[in-house]
Design a protein around this ligand. Sequence first.
Ligand code: ATP
Ligand code: MG
Length: 512
Amino acid sequence: MALIGIDLGTTFCAVAALDERGRPVTVPNRDGDVLTPSAVYLGPDGTAVVGQPALDLALDYPDRVATLVKRRIGYPDLGHPVAGRAFRPETLSAVILRKLAADAAQQLGRVTGCVITVPAYFDDTRRKATMDAGRIAGLDVIDIVDEPSAAALAYSLQGADGATPGTVLVYDLGGGTFDVTVVSLGKKRFRVLAVEGDVRLGGKDWDDKLVGWAADRFQREAGGADPRLDPLSLVALQAAAERAKRTLSKVEQTTLTVSHAGHRVSMPLSRGEFESITKDLLVRTRLTTQQVLRQAGLTWDKIDRVLLVGGSTHMPAVGRMLAEVTGREPDRSLAVSEVVARGAAAHAGIVYQREQGIRRGDTPVHELLADVIEISVNAHSLGVEVKQPDGTRRNDILIAKNTQLPAAVTREYFTIGEGQSRVRVRILQGESPQAAACIPVGECWIDGLPAELPKGSPVEVRCGVAANGRIEVTARDRTSGRSATATIHRPGGLTEAQLTAEAEWVRGLKIQ
Ligand SMILES: Nc1ncnc2c1ncn2[C@@H]1O[C@H](COP(=O)(O)OP(=O)(O)OP(=O)(O)O)[C@@H](O)[C@H]1O
Ligand SMILES: [Mg+2]
């Protein structure tokens, strides 16, 4: 019986659990690797292959392999077919999750619950979709947790008596997403002060720049044919670009070879050239880093440590840029690719204990994680759409970005017709005063209002954000004082019936 933490990454996943002393440890997959590539191959006979073998198969069957699914999470579809079929991103994420949990169960015994991590900058729709992926996989998702918070938690549990208290900046640059977070670390208290990020910026974008550079050069040298237009040449080029990028993290010079349409061109590439090709991406992360500090209301001299998280922080330019901006050498003591999963396992232990009501001192496991307080903030402002007299729609912000969670605000609305039985409230996430520029989380219907309610009756709506960033809405009819049901209808989200159907499909797969 085990609780696990899962870092469901854009390009790589990791799993961790708590050892007998309550310390989080990474659990390798069946092949002995601590990281499992987030890739799914769907075979013609109802089989699915997850991980490195799926990436290998992509070189021959690119249209049967799904990668970068996390980039599409929160959207109704993957954007392209896999093995000839349209997929929900949740379903393919679920296939990955099932494989990860099955591998972990082989070593740990039955997996009873899990915590899945999400980028801090994920909005409610993406958080809900991630939890749904867990349910489709047949897992009991006891919570979700932000990736940088998980990293900070794992960091503070390192060493004999944990990390020294202080304020840390977590710079998390993965394969597909970028988060930067300021966390105040106490002995048993983690308080997130501010979050900034970009859900579409990661190592993959560095690869794409390199692919573009190499393809242009190939066309010049080999007479015009573009390797990006052939699916087989493209996957091979993408893999070569990613390898070249990794090599340049270690040495100053490498060679990238492109083969396409009977031509083969080898091009030398130096670290300096690579850095100049990708410079604008690094600048984007620098601007976001400076912004988060302003959001936290701090100056660099108040930051005690800069923690690096995510595989892309291996690039030397990242450390150099951060040293320049922050005035201190970044801390590279973390296992950048495993620390998020470890923090998720620790968070699973904390949630489990809280729910079980186990008091400290029962076992060492409990002692380590007992009384740990985690406080996070909302990454996006939460508001409701208000129609103006001139017909325009405004975003009326109820809970501002970077407010401590959990948070809730109560507003009063009025019925506009005689005997109205339901009221509609549109919930928005975003910073713009214009509703159209925000992300609609969904419509919340306040149902079950008493019959014959006069026009203009007050209905109280409480919009809240839970500690894990999920939005909750409750409502009360002020005339009768009774609570009314408040259900959020998410336009792109899965219904219960769809969830069950997708879960059944995933259960029927032979996953290898
Ligand atoms: N030595 C290295 N040099 C440069 N980049 C590297 C190196 N090692 C890994 N990477 C890059 O790091 C990325 C993977 O990092 P990580 O596993 O943290 O991301 P992820 O968890 O899949 O993504 P995300 O957290 O954004 O969802 C890939 O883009 C990979 O190419
Ligand atoms: Mg990650």
